[in-house]
Design a protein around this ligand. Structure first.
Ligand code: AP5
Ligand code: MG
Ligand code: ZN
Length: 215
């Protein structure tokens, strides 16, 4: 068959980015992530849409969703170029889910479940590399030298939306907008749930088996 089409669903901090990197390596597919694409275009001028903020970054730093018009365009461009893919961070509301369903099929829809207390610990302790995008955690996934990227040596940073206040707003937006997306895929043949509370490599063993079972 052709390369797998995988969708990864889960709350902020569930480990979508962490697991997507492993899925992309293991199955030889592209990692499509609206979060990273938007972070690379935080200052883009979207004032023509006449919304609350004039840039994607305005929405992101407040923990709100970036408008569908902006995000859908990113996804269409990425899907056109990908053979197989693991999609991370999209769809986040029912409109985006319907947009996606009209454009591609999905072999596996993997939902990562993690408790709220653990999500908050993971996000407020996350550190990211501004140069190569590698992710770390001050407690759960430390680099060899504190504050320095193992991959490229750059100084690690905290994401602007990883403060406790913004994390709580992101979790609220997830419950309101993205939980209905989970309901939308639950009950389809592609849907599978994986417990995301264990360490990353253990979670990946389950994710890998779940995807293989769907192919
Ligand atoms: P986005 O970047 O997609 O953020 P998110 O969904 O909030 O998810 P995160 O990236 O924070 O978490 P993750 O699940 O990837 O966790 P990770 O693997 O890093 O979106 C950011 C913003 O962009 C949104 O708020 C919105 O404004 C906008 N946006 C994006 N897509 C959009 C869309 N479709 N529509 C509208 N707006 C959109 O792990 C987190 C931490 O935990 C790390 O430190 C990691 O080391 C650690 N960790 C991971 N796994 C484990 C484990 N198993 N055990 C212990 N620690 C772990
Ligand atoms: Mg992520
Ligand atoms: Zn780096």
């Amino acid at each position: 068959m052709s390369s797998p089409h995988v969708l990864l669903l889960g709350a902020p901090g569930a480990g979508k980015g962490t697991q997507s990197a492993r899925i992309a390596d293991r199955f030889g597919v592209d990692h499509i992530t609206t979060g990273d694409a938007l972070r690379n275009n935080k200052e883009m001028d979207i004032s023509g849409l006449n919304l609350e903020y004039d840039t994607p970054g305005g929405f992101m730093d407040a923990g709100e969703l970036v408008p569908d018009e902006v995000v859908n365009e990113i996804v269409v461009a990425a899907l056109e170029q990908a053979d197989g893919f693991v999609l991370d961070g999209y769809p986040r509301n029912i409109e985006q889910a319907e947009f996606l369903d009209a454009r591609t099929d999905l072999n596996a829809v993997v939902r990562l479940t993690v408790s709220e207390a653990e999500l908050i610990d993971r996000l407020t302790g996350r550190r990211v590399c501004p140069d190569c995008g590698a992710n770390y955690h001050v407690e759960f996934d430390q680099p060899e030298e504190a504050g320095v990227c193992d991959e490229c040596g750059a100084s690690l940073e905290q994401r602007e939306d990883d403060t406790e206040e913004t994390v709580r707003e992101r979790l609220r937006v997830f419950a309101e907008n993205t939980e209905p997306v989970i309901d939308h895929y639950q009950g389809t043949d592609a849907y599978v749930e994986v417990d995301g509370e264990s360490p990353p490599d253990e979670v990946f063993e389950e994710v890998e088996a779940a995807i293989e079972a769907k192919l």
